[in-house]
Structure formats: structure tokens, C-alpha cells
Design a protein around this ligand. Structure first.
Ligand code: 8YV
Length: 315
């Protein structure tokens, strides 16, 4: 029997290639010089799309593939997949939840600690020779015992909070409703109230139209000049214009971001701000987690084409 044709939207680590090619006819659109022509040539035979969280699958792409049955996302976030278009045609969507939560939480805490204690600047200070010529670096702010707010207490938010408990932090969270699995943490109804009672605000909410710019100028003001914003979710959850203004005029103390509107390009004003830590969307980027994500992406495709329910369906 011929292998199902899968349109691959972006690169995966080398270890995923052989198993994908063994089971499917992979059509690597991201390698094509003329992607429009590539799509026009292959769209009629495409039965699956293998994509990544930040690449998704647009309504136009879905419409161009008449035989599409499944969109399999390498990533937990599916905000870039047009779910309405998929629902309308009964197309399955799958993602890779759980396997990445620990690493993303580690990374959020790492960014917070690095930014609190000036780790990146300290390294540059030693490398640049200023330690010898100018002495000690300026004193930094303590991390343990501070007040942490988690915006979105899903799987990743929960793992962040669990880690912060080990730093003796007072933990609050906001979500659509209180969570029964968070008895020790304080539920707060709105992002603004959460920011007002936090020194460190972690954004871990799954992105959607409803959460667009949920962190706005008011939330940043409530977080305040001693506060820090840490975002490991999606850039769309934060009003970047308001964030750049707040960091620039001192309304907000500091930020640490792993995600940006239009990434890998970013607003050049970010680069000029001294009080922000910039990271290249790498929170889930460990060998262990990426292997698990690749395995889950394939397991979903394989289950679907074997006529079984997918392992981790979104719809
Ligand atoms: C990945 C992600 O960085 O899980 C997500 O939603 O954005 C990430 O884990 C991405 O999908 C890999 O490119």
C-alpha cells in the first residue's frame, strides 16, 4: 500500500527524519525555493500536515489540501492552526502536550533566576575584563521568598508553580476558574490583580484570540518598577508595544522573553533595552524533550493512518 503523503512545514531534528520517511512520503515545503509552486504541485495528494507550534497551519493552506485528514503539531501550542477550518472539514488536530512541560517550566525559572541575579551581565563582566579593572558588579535582587504570579495554571503553569514552591515563594495564579489541583496557591480573578500581588509574573497561558494582549499596559503597571515579567507562552499574550514602553520608562522593572511577535525577527527596540533578557524560543529545546515530541508527533500520525484514535488529540 502506498504511504500517506505528509506536508512538512519546518525542520525537525535529524533523528526524526528516518522514522518519518520510513512510514510516510514527506514533502518538505520549507526546503522549496518557491513554496507556492511546491504547494500547487503537491497539495492534491497531501493527507497530513506535520508542523511546529509556531508555524501552525493557516486556513489558506488547509483549504489548498482537499484530501487533508490530520494536522499534527510538534509542540503543545496550536494557536497557529486554523481550528475552525479543521472542524468544518472534520480534520483532526494533534499536539505534543505533557512531554515538554518540565523543560518549559525549568526554562521559565532559569530565565527568572538569571534575570534576577544578573547572570548574563555577570558573564560579560568577567569575559570583558571589567572585574579586574572595575571590581564588583552592581548588587542584584533576591529571588527566593518573593511573590510569584502564574498566569495560566495549566500543565506548564503548574510545573512552574511547583518549582517556585521550592524557592519559598508566595504563589498566586489566575485562570478561567480556580483549579482543584492547586490547594496551596491563591486564586486571583484577573491578570491585573494577579500582577498587583506579584513581584514575578509568569505567563504560561495557552494562546488564543481570548488571551490576545491579556498582559496589557494596566497589568504591567500593576506589576510595577520592582516587578519582572517572564513569558514562555506566546508573544500574542503580551502587548509588546506596552511592554517596550513600560520597560523604557521604568513603569516595569524587568522582563525575560522566550517568544516574540514575528519571531525569529523581533522588534529592534527590544535589543536596546538593558532590563530585558532575550531568548530564541528555546524553552522546550532539550534533546530529551525534542525526542519525546518527535515520537509523539509520529505516534499521532501513525495512529490516525492505522485507523486508530490519535494519542493526543486537540480536536
Ligand atoms: C516548540 C512550542 O518550540 O510547544 C510549543 O507550543 O512553541 C515549542 O515547544 C516548537 O513547536 C518547536 O519548533
Amino acid at each position: 500500500m502506498s504511504k500517506p503523503v505528509i506536508l512538512q512545514m519546518g525542520a525537525y531534528p535529524s533523528w526524526d527524519e528516518a522514522p518519518l520517511n520510513a512510514d510516510f512520503e514527506m514533502r518538505r515545503i520549507f526546503d522549496a525555493d518557491d513554496q507556492e509552486a511546491f504547494l500547487a504541485h503537491h497539495a492534491a495528494e497531501v493527507r497530513g500536515i506535520a508542523t511546529r507550534g509556531e508555524l501552525g497551519a493557516s486556513g489558506d493552506l488547509i483549504a489548498a489540501c482537499p484530501k487533508l485528514e490530520i494536522v499534527s503539531v510538534y509542540g503543545v501550542g496550536y494557536d497557529a492552526v486554523d481550528l475552525d477550518a479543521c472542524r468544518a472539514r472534520g480534520i483532526r488536530v494533534t499536539n505534543t502536550p505533557d512531554v515538554l512541560s518540565g523543560d518549559v517550566a525549568d526554562f521559565a525559572v532559569t530565565m527568572m533566576l538569571a534575570q534576577s541575579r544578573g547572570i548574563v551581565a555577570g558573564d560579560a563582566w568577567v569575559r570583558g575584563g571589567q572585574w579586574e579593572t572595575q571590581g564588583a558588579v552592581p548588587l542584584q535582587r533576591r529571588a527566593f521568598g518573593r511573590r510569584a504570579g502564574i498566569l495560566g495554571l495549566g500543565r506548564i503553569g503548574f510545573e512552574i508553580a511547583r518549582r517556585l514552591a521550592g524557592f519559598d515563594m508566595q504563589i498566586s495564579y489566575s485562570d478561567v476558574a480556580p483549579k482543584d489541583y492547586a490547594p496551596d496557591w491563591t486564586f486571583v480573578a484577573t491578570p491585573e490583580e494577579l500582577a498587583a500581588r506579584s513581584d514575578l509574573l509568569f505567563v504560561a497561558a495557552a494562546a488564543s484570540e481570548a488571551t490576545r494582549h491579556i498582559v496589557d499596559a494596566d497589568v504591567l503597571r500593576a506589576l510595577g518598577p520592582d516587578g519582572m515579567l517572564i513569558n514562555v507562552s506566546r508573544a500574542s499574550n503580551v502587548d509588546e508595544e506596552a511592554l517596550i514602553t513600560a520597560l523604557g520608562d521604568g513603569t516595569l522593572g524587568a522582563a525575560a522573553l522566550d517568544v516574540f511577535e514575528g519571531e525569529p525577527a523581533l522588534d529592534p527596540r527590544f535589543r536596546a533595552l538593558p532590563n530585558i533578557l532575550l531568548q530564541p524560543h528555546q524553552a522546550s529545546g532539550t534533546v530529551e524533550t525534542r525526542k519525546a515530541m518527535g515520537a509523539l508527533l509520529r505516534a499521532n500520525l501513525e495512529a490516525h493512518f492505522a485507523g486508530k484514535p490519535p494519542v493526543s488529540p486537540v480536536i
